[in-house]
Design a protein around this ligand. Structure first.
Ligand code: SF4
Ligand code: SF4
Ligand code: SF4
Length: 204
């Protein structure tokens, strides 16, 4: 009897701990979301976004390119919240931004009407040594070509690079929307040389 009570108590404690963990995950108690998980265009700053988003998935359904997905249990983001991974499927910067009006709560801010004003994140040449242009291994400008705001958000800067190349992609963080199309287009195997870090402070 004593053993079964002890067992029952430890089971209850284990259940309580698991429930607290799951509740924390569902509520989104995560100090810093990973930088490669990017919120949709117009998303409010993280704390406000998590309060406003009801995890309905309507933005995901509205996206014609299946870019968005909802975080699942065990993923490093609050369960049921929408995000995308640029290297896998970047935001196409739809002119009518259908994911935004699909949101019933304003977690994706409807005052965003020009997708070029979105600030989902910012691109950077995070692994310059592997970049074919920067290292001089080849002339490549695939990331530049893929950018919907090319010439403003990204340009190919001429001039000798420390890596031995003659040209390199340079991002203007004030014009970059964080769509991730440059990261997706990078010709390297595996991780891209240019990557987008999510903007979890302000998405506009
Ligand atoms: S702007 Fe278009 S591609 Fe990007 S997340 Fe919204 S619906 Fe999807
Ligand atoms: S993330 Fe890349 S492709 Fe998108 S706007 Fe910025 S530089 Fe251009
Ligand atoms: S696509 Fe990749 S390898 Fe090519 S220039 Fe851009 S960052 Fe460099």
């Amino acid at each position: 009897m004593r053993i079964s009570r002890r067992k029952a108590l430890s089971s209850a404690l284990a259940l309580g701990a698991t429930t607290a963990l799951l509740a924390g995950r569902v509520r989104g108690e995560r100090a810093s979301p990973p930088a490669d998980r990017i919120r949709p265009p117009g998303a409010l700053a993280d704390a406000e976004f998590l309060d406003a988003c009801v995890r309905c998935g309507l933005c995901v359904r509205a996206c014609p390119y299946d870019v968005l997905r909802l975080a699942d249990l065990g993923e490093p983001l609050p369960v049921g919240t929408p995000y995308f991974v640029a290297r896998e499927n970047a935001c196409r910067m739809c002119e009518d931004i259908p994911c935004v009006p699909a949101c019933p709560t304003g977690a994706l801010d409807r005052s965003l009407v020009d997708v070029r004003e979105a600030r989902m994140g910012v691109a950077d040449l995070t692994d310059a040594e592997r970049c074919l242009s920067y290292s001089g291994a080849a002339y490549c400008h695939a990331c530049f070509q893929a950018c919907p705001v090319k010439g403003e958000a990204i340009r190919m800067q001429q001039g000798r690079t420390p890596g031995g190349g003659l040209i390199r992609p340079v991002v203007d963080p004030d014009r970059c929307t964080g769509c991730g199309l440059c990261e997706q287009a990078c010709v390297l195997d595996g991780t891209a040389a240019i990557t987008v870090r999510a903007n979890h402070v302000s998405h506009r």
